[in-house]
Design a protein. Structure first.
Length: 75
């Protein structure tokens, strides 16, 4: 259950950065200086999306990573 919950949370976090419905992108556009375009913000988040997708694939392939910390602290 922990593994599935973490996969879902990581997937949701990734969805906040992907266009066209990326809520975090609209928040970034709201606080960015007037010279920053929406396209520049979209291009700027690509490495972060790639990192999150890589983490999602790694976590899917190795479910023990999701349950290691809870087991280490005694949950």
């Amino acid at each position: 259950m922990v593994w599935l919950g973490i996969l879902i949370c990581l997937n949701l976090q990734t969805s906040f950065l992907t266009p066209p419905f990326g809520w975090a992108l609209f928040f970034l556009k709201g606080v960015a200086p007037p010279g920053v375009t929406t396209g520049a913000i979209y291009r700027g988040v690509v490495p972060f999306i790639a990192l999150q997708l890589a983490a999602l694939v790694i976590l899917f392939a190795a479910p023990g990573l999701a349950t290691w910390l809870p087991e280490a602290i005694g949950w």
